[in-house]
Each structure stands twice: as structure tokens, then as C-alpha cells.
Write a protein that binds this ligand. Structure first.
Ligand code: NAD
Length: 399
């Protein structure tokens, strides 16, 4: 009896190993990183999504149009509005991403995405329980890096997280095996290719932004094969970036050090396998005080997608408050997009304008209702701030 169960478990394991080896082969033949410096035009696709999404995305696109005016005129950049990634359309065709929309997305190089509604069972709107557009987009466009900035200026915290998003403890999360009633086994997967691409992305970011510190987070002293591989690959990748210092921390002590005032500001760029990345990015978001003004990026070698961290805020739509939705998070995502495609100075300027408007000067305040400014007024305020020739001095004055 027990022999039969062992056989079933080993057969299952064999199947998983074969699938993973096929994935490794696919990764080996994937194209190299897009080189935006030689690309003309760089096509930015903007899709509004659902709920408050189209409105706030429109404001973020205005800011991009403003900052990229010269590049758009010279043909270096094109901004393309992509329609159809709406819950109504997705429900109609019963697909997380309708085929024609996916085709349009694949013609772009980078995507600015408004929040998309993920239907849940028994929702009052009558939407079918289709897959999340985000999950589908990460898979279809192979967006393996989940990238999140966290800034707390008063604590001198300026962190950027590169979380691996396609393997680790989660990739086979629903494919573990109950060998017997008493014994359950889960699987964790780490590959050279999957580790190299995320660690390299973190080092590239550090190099391009003159940051001299990358921290690799694992538990390689205990989880020797998979985490050990991630760390060994980090050691190899680091050799290609002699100008960037790096160190490695174990996840348990890392969660402690992130809240240690004596240590926390020394971390800058962090990279970790999926599960550890999930843990430390949530911890970091809490340190920042909730979702704040963060944007999020999902990066792959060929495509990248940038989005707000919040959802489609259906309640605001039901209450007729769409015009009062805060566009800051998606504008922050637009700044990450600019950085990714090589316009680091413009991104830097936009980050400063976002901070001046939302944290220091606060000439306009958003309350999410008619007691505060509209998103459109706020986006205009941000563009006025960007236009200010004394932006840099103003920002320094607040530091
Ligand atoms: P949510 O983030 O959409 O909204 C929660 C509440 O936060 C809102 O009711 C509103 O009061 C406030 N809020 C959020 N964004 C705001 C903004 N820009 N300005 C002002 N107030 C804002 O969370 P939810 O209601 O749980 O989710 C609604 C839908 O969004 C769900 O279908 C969910 O799956 C989806 N969602 C999508 C993404 C994404 O596309 N990346 C992320 C999270 C949630």
C-alpha cells in the first residue's frame, strides 16, 4: 500500500521535474533585455482598466505627454491608448485578457496599466468569475520581476525591492503532494536562469541610478540547494558590476533589521526569491504607512508593466466620486516607467514633484470626495510644479 503511494508521489515529482526542465529551456532561449537607447519609437501602451482606472490613467498620460513632449515630437516615443481591457469586455469574451487586447499589448514595449477589477464569486455586478487580468498579464508577457519602491524621507529610507515573481516557493504552490495521510510535501524551485535575470535587474537598477548597494536576501544557510543557488548566482552576477557593492542577509534577521533605526537606512536595493520578497515588501509597505504614494512595476526582458498599487475602487464609482480619485500612485508608476526606459532625469524630477505636492507643499489636497481637489486639478498642480525652474531648490529646502 505504502509502496504504491511512494510510487504515485515519485511519478508526480518526475512530472514536475520534466515541466520545470522545459521551462528552463524556454528561459534559455528568451530574448535579451530590450535596449531602449537604440529603440525608435519606444511604444508606451496605456490602458485605463476599470472603475477609477480610466480617469487616473488619463491624468498620468497627461503628465507623460508633458514630460516627453520633445521625444514624442521627434518620434523617439509614441504613447498609444489601448482600449478593451475592461471588465465588461473581459466578461463578454470570458477571458482575463481578450485576444485583440493582448495583441495590442504585445505591440508595445512598456505598459502603463490602470487598475483592473478581478471579479469574485457572487459579486453584485453579475460579472463571471474570470481570472485576474494582472496574473494573466504577468504570465503572458513573462513579467518576472515585481519591483516596488519604498521611501520614508524622515527616516532616511529609500528602498527598491526586486522580488522574483515566477518561481521559488510559489510556482508549485498548488502542486504539492500528500504522500500519505500523515505526510505532505511541497516543492520549491530555483533556477540559474530565473535567479540571474532578477538579480541582474536589481544590479542594473543600482548601476543606472548610481546606487552603490545591493542586498540579496535568502536563507541559504539552512535551505541549501535552492536558496544556495540564488546566492551563488548573486555572487556570479555581482562580478559584472564591480562598481556596486553587495551583501547578503538571511530573511529572519532581514525582517528585524528593516525595522532597526540604526540599520534600516543603509539598505538601498534588495532582491529576493518569491516568498521572502513577498514578506519583506509587505513589511516595507507597512513601514511606509500603508500604500502611500507607491507605484509598482512588473518587469520582464521584453515587456514591462507599471501600475498603481491600489485597485479600481468600485465604491468610489458607485458613489459617483470618480473625479475625486487620487492619481498619485499611477503617476508614480509613470515615473518608474520613465526610469525603466532610460529617462532617469525626468523620472527623478517627477518623483520630486510628487513628493513636493503630496507631502510638503500640499497646495491642493485630495480627500476622495468634493471636499478636496479633483484628480484633474491635482495632475495640473503636479505639472505646474514640474514647470517650476526652482523645483530642485524647492525640494532640497524640504529635505
Ligand atoms: P481598492 O484599492 O480598489 O479600493 C479600496 C478603497 O481605497 C476604495 O474604496 C477607496 O476608498 C480607496 N482608494 C483606492 N484607490 C484610491 C484612489 N486612487 N483615490 C482615492 N481613494 C482610493 O480595493 P478593493 O475595493 O478591495 O478592490 C476593488 C477591485 O480592484 C477588486 O476587483 C480588486 O480585485 C481590484 N484590484 C486590482 C488591482 C490591480 O489592478 N493591480 C490591485 C488591487 C485590487
Amino acid at each position: 500500500m505504502s509502496e504504491e503511494k511512494i510510487k504515485q508521489a515519485t511519478d508526480h515529482f518526475e512530472k514536475l521535474v520534466r515541466e520545470q526542465l522545459e521551462r528552463v529551456e524556454r528561459m534559455k532561449s528568451e530574448p535579451d533585455w530590450t535596449d531602449f537607447s537604440t529603440l525608435k519609437p519606444i511604444i508606451i501602451g496605456a490602458c485605463g482598466g476599470d472603475g477609477i482606472g480610466p480617469k487616473i490613467t488619463e491624468h498620468a498620460v497627461s503628465v507623460l505627454n508633458f514630460l516627453l513632449k520633445d521625444e514624442i515630437n521627434s518620434g523617439k516615443v509614441e504613447i498609444r491608448m489601448i482600449k478593451g481591457l475592461t471588465i465588461e469586455n473581459r466578461s463578454k469574451v470570458m477571458k482575463a485578457i481578450p485576444d485583440d487586447v493582448l495583441e495590442d499589448l504585445k505591440e508595445c514595449h512598456v505598459i502603463l496599466k490602470g487598475p483592473t477589477t478581478t471579479p469574485w464569486k457572487g459579486n453584485k455586478y453579475g460579472w463571471p468569475n474570470i481570472e485576474s487580468a494582472n496574473v494573466a498579464m504577468r504570465r503572458e508577457l513573462d513579467l518576472f520581476a515585481n519591483v516596488r519602491p519604498v521611501r520614508v524621507p524622515e527616516k532616511n529610507i529609500d528602498w527598491m525591492f526586486y522580488r522574483e515573481n515566477t518561481e521559488g516557493a510559489y510556482i508549485l504552490g498548488s502542486k504539492g503532494v500528500d504522500v500519505t495521510d500523515d505526510l505532505a510535501v511541497d516543492f520549491k524551485v530555483i533556477t540559474n536562469q530565473g535567479s540571474d535575470r532578477i538579480i541582474r535587474a536589481a544590479f542594473e537598477y543600482a548601476k543606472n541610478n548610481n546606487i552603490n548597494k545591493v542586498t540579496v536576501v535568502t536563507k541559504a544557510n539552512v535551505v541549501k540547494k535552492t536558496d544556495g543557488k540564488f546566492l551563488a548566482i548573486a555572487e556570479e552576477v555581482a562580478k559584472d558590476y564591480p562598481g556596486v557593492e553587495w551583501d547578503d542577509w538571511y530573511i529572519d534577521i532581514m525582517t528585524a533589521k528593516l525595522i532597526d533605526p540604526a540599520r534600516q537606512s543603509s539598505f538601498r536595493v534588495m532582491t529576493a526569491p518569491n516568498l521572502y520578497g513577498d514578506i519583506i515588501t509587505d513589511e516595507a509597505a507597512q513601514i511606509q504607512g500603508g500604500l502611500g504614494t507607491a507605484g509598482a512595476a512588473n518587469i520582464g526582458k521584453r515587456y514591462s508593466m507599471f501600475e498603481a498599487v491600489h485597485g479600481s475602487a468600485l465604491r468610489m464609482v458607485d458613489d459617483g466620486r470618480v473625479d475625486y480619485a487620487d492619481p498619485t500612485s499611477i503617476i508614480k508608476a509613470a515615473s518608474m516607467l520613465l526610469n525603466h526606459i532610460g529617462f532617469t532625469e525626468k523620472a527623478n524630477k517627477l518623483d520630486k514633484a510628487i513628493e513636493i505636492c503630496s507631502q510638503y507643499e500640499k497646495k491642493l489636497v485630495l480627500t476622495g470626495r468634493d471636499t478636496g481637489a479633483t484628480g484633474e486639478e491635482y495632475a495640473k498642480y503636479m505639472m505646474e510644479t514640474l514647470r517650476d525652474p526652482n523645483l530642485e531648490e524647492k525640494w532640497k529646502g524640504y529635505q
